[in-house]
Design a protein around this ligand. Sequence first.
Ligand SMILES: NC(=O)c1ccc[n+]([C@@H]2O[C@H](COP(=O)([O-])OP(=O)(O)OC[C@H]3O[C@@H](n4cnc5c(N)ncnc54)[C@H](OP(=O)(O)O)[C@@H]3O)[C@@H](O)[C@H]2O)c1
Length: 279
Amino acid sequence: MSINSKVVLIVGASSGFGKATAERLLELDCIVYATSRSVEKMQELLIKGAHLLGMDVTDDASIIAGVEQILAEQERIDVVFVNAGYGAYGTIESIATEEIQKQYDVNVFGVARVLKAVLPTLRQQKSGRIIFTASLASHLSIACTGWYASTKHALVGIAKALRQEVRDMGIEVIIIEPGVVKTEFAGVAFGLLDRVDHPADYLPLVDGFRRSMARSYDQAPGVDSTVKAMVAAAMVKCPKTVYCTTVDAKILKFLQRLLSDLIVDWLVLSWFKQSSRKR
Ligand SMILES: NC(=O)c1ccc[n+]([C@@H]2O[C@H](COP(=O)([O-])OP(=O)(O)OC[C@H]3O[C@@H](n4cnc5c(N)ncnc54)[C@H](OP(=O)(O)O)[C@@H]3O)[C@@H](O)[C@H]2O)c1
């Protein structure tokens, strides 16, 4: 490892985008600190040369201890991926308030905690990159994804303001926007959907959503194009401000800007109805 190797903190590295990005950055000679709630789940990364930290983004102490350990060992942090997140699927009315609070605690307040822990160091260094894993859902909110999508809308709002606030301090802020991609995400989101007690009025809609999204995840690409963008965001000299990483995300982000809200609603609900008919 050269002394010029980048020191990278990946929050949410036990699976999916975070894990694959860690693997790729290790191959590029980066010093990677992989974090998640469970160090046991990251043993493969340890073998590949990553440093492992147990970090729960809902727990300030674990984040602060992790950042302190990196600074004690490396004296700097060059790149931070705020990537941890999950989807609480279900209708707006039906998801329990405690579940909505958990969703925000991880996807939004978790990001706030990490930012507050790393920004003083990046400001002092006058350098660093913060890379947010946002989503197509940062722009397009569809039925049964509303609370999740609202957290991803919030993330883009936070990232855009931060980009302006720290630009003159040498810190860069980059947003990654994947569409539907095969990771552990769908298993967690559908698992939560199954536990939501929906009133009967919503059941046809929820059934259409479940079938439509299940089909989308079946046909979804793997992590490659998103990981390529995450690695570019960390490594290239002049990164883009936003990487929209999958074909569905590119097309749907464009269409939802172009079309009126009522046409988007009609298209989404027609898609659900059609999926319900295809049994
Ligand atoms: N896959 C998609 O279709 C898709 C599309 C757009 C955006 N995204 C976003 O991409 C990001 C990564 O998700 P993924 O698709 O790679 O799913 P994933 O395979 O489920 O990975 C999620 C990661 O977040 C970590 N995490 C969850 N809760 C955490 C907590 N409280 N504290 C610390 N870490 C936590 C998980 O670690 P542990 O559970 O081991 O702690 C895991 O490492 C998420 O922000 C997600 O919203 C995913």
